[in-house]
Design a binder for this molecule. Structure first.
Ligand code: ATP
Length: 509
């Protein structure tokens, strides 16, 4: 059974070194997390699985790694300067600041209903209610106060200001000049790096429609209220595809990607039955979107929340950057650009005339993926002897450690030497991290590896050398064999040392 609540996961992540609070020794920085020894492995494995499936296993995809800090013009003409904001509201009593929609959603149903009634909206259509609160700030302030909306810090009713938009982009100065205009933005999505490199990739690869560009990388959002562990952070990582297609074929490609992405999640251990597909209502769509499906995973404690957005961004971004280039005089005119200069266009596959392609964008968060994968894998079992074990039943390709090799006696040279040799041989298979582990108590080592999801533990013992140990006579059949313990079934099997690599490869590759 998957994790029942977020605390179980947070506690495991800390205990076993998956995730730490960012800048912890100075009291921590809200919305920033560091991935520890096991977290970095799990994260890398998730990203590798995504890359394999979306780049290597397809013939219509190219990869990219673009810079994080971008020219402010990119984010201006992408629409982010004007619209990448969330509505915030302050409580004059406590001086606390909240994201408006989160604040209303956290209220008791009767209070939410009173806000909706005061605004003349229905609670059934929550996005429309939020839109009305944003559009009519004076009414919104009055509605929040009269409905008795409470501050989640103090628990008291608040004296609420008018909501106003808060732009979530981080700015940074570039170079030594103190000049106010010498700033760039930390990208709020990796996508813009793909759009600005569209022509470079087309020219370098001779791609024709349809094809995609995939990128994994950091993005930054100055969230008003980062929370729920790594679910809502200010420094996040995204796995994004911009799939370029001929206008008119976009809806079919949108359906294609919805299907592809759901089966990818399934292959990572996140079943379809746990993901609701939200056809995002018009009033809630991002500024660039013609239509968006949000994949809403059923997170422990949080309930259904977005793990991935699959947007039809139409020709919005390439079109807008093309127009901007004409306005800035970088190309003569939009028409000329389309006809000859063809900055951000590509030949139509049938007419060969330059066209601004449509774009389907599957965009998944690595941090939210890691949380979902861990939550599905988290299992508590009661063993036959009545004791409880926590085991992370991760798909083997995601497991941070693939095999732990344990010498049963730390002071016996032949045992430790063979264990080290086995570790080196298994490491060479290239399946991921193999750990030599001689921390002592075998029972504790098994428990620890169950908790971090290591699929197999290999133990080298006295029988491997026909030594019997502590007065026991060794079974000659065990000579040259080691014990392999299976994380899920707990079965222990003797495997010949010279067959071990093939045995492991057959189960993990
Ligand atoms: P939300 O509505 O939850 O703020 P969003 O609609 O703004 O998310 P998108 O812009 O569609 O998110 O970003 C694509 C993906 O990036 C999301 O599905 C999510 O997995 C991830 N993501 C976005 N914002 C954050 C964040 N603050 N922390 C962690 N992951 C995020």
């Amino acid at each position: 059974m998957p994790a029942q609540n977020m605390e179980e996961l947070v506690s495991l992540c800390k205990r076993r070194g998956f995730i730490f609070q960012g800048s912890e020794i100075y009291g921590g920085l809200q919305g920033f997390y560091d991935y520890g020894p096991l977290g970095v492995e799990l994260k890398n494995n998730i990203k590798a699985a995504w890359w394999r499936s979306n780049v290597y296993e397809r013939d219509d995809m190219e990869g990219l790694d673009s810079s994080i800090i971008m020219h402010r013009m990119v984010l201006r003409h992408s629409g982010h300067e004007a619209t990448f904001s969330d509505p915030m509201v302050d409580n004059r009593k406590t001086k606390k600041r909240y994201r408006l929609d989160h604040l209303v959603k956290e209220q008791k149903p009767a209070v939410q209903a009173a806000v909706a009634e005061a605004m003349g909206e229905s609670l059934e259509n929550f996005p429309a209610l939020v839109a009305a609160l944003v559009k009519r700030p004076a009414d919104a302030s009055a509605a929040l106060i009269s409905a008795g909306v409470r501050d989640s810090h103090s628990g008291e009713t608040g004296d609420w200001t008018e909501p106003k938009p808060f732009n979530m982009m981080f700015k940074t100065t570039i170079g030594p000049t103190a000049d106010e205009d010498s700033f760039g933005y930390l990208r709020p999505e990796t996508a813009q790096g793909i759009f600005t490199n569209f022509k470079n990739v087309v020219d370098a690869t001779s791609r024709r429609l349809p094809f995609g560009i995939a990128q994994i990388g950091k993005a930054f959002r100055n969230e008003i209220t980062p929370r729920n562990f790594i679910f809502r952070v200010r420094e996040l990582e995204q796995m994004e595809i911009e799939f370029f297609c001929t206008p008119g074929t976009d809806e079919d490609w949108h359906a294609h990607w919805l299907e592809k992405r759901l089966s990818w999640w399934e292959a990572q251990g996140v079943p379809r039955s746990k993901i609701e597909i939200l056809d995002v209502p018009k009033e809630d769509l991002a500024h660039y979107s013609k239509r968006t499906y949000d994949l809403m995973y059923d997170y422990p404690t949080l309930g259904h929340e977005e793990i991935e957005g699959i947007a039809n961004r139409s020709d919005y971004d390439l079109g807008s950057h093309t127009k901007a280039q004409a306005e800035l005089g970088l190309v003569a005119s939009v028409e000329e650009n389309l006809d000859s200069v063809a900055k951000l266009t590509i030949p139509h596959p049938e007419t060969n005339k330059p066209v601004v392609p449509f774009v389907i964008e599957p965009s998944a968060g690595v941090d939210r993926a890691l949380l979902a994968v861990m939550s599905e894998a988290f299992t508590k079992e009661t063993l036959e002897n009545g004791s409880e074990r926590i085991v992370l039943k991760l798909k083997p390709h995601l497991a941070p450690i693939k095999v732990a090799v344990i010498p049963l006696a730390r002071n016996r040279e032949e045992i430790t030497a063979l264990a080290r040799q086995i570790k080196a041989d298994l490491q060479r298979l290239g399946l991921g991290r193999v750990l030599y582990e001689d921390s002592g108590n075998i029972g504790k080592a098994y428990r620890r590896h169950d908790e971090v999801g290591t699929p197999f533990c290999v133990t080298v013992d006295f029988d491997t050398f026909g030594l019997g140990g502590e007065g026991k006579v060794s079974d000659p059949a065990l000579l040259g064999t080691v014990t392999v313990r299976d994380r899920d079934t707990l079965a222990q099997e003797r495997v010949r040392v010279d067959e071990l690599s093939a045995w492991i490869r057959a189960r993990l590759a």
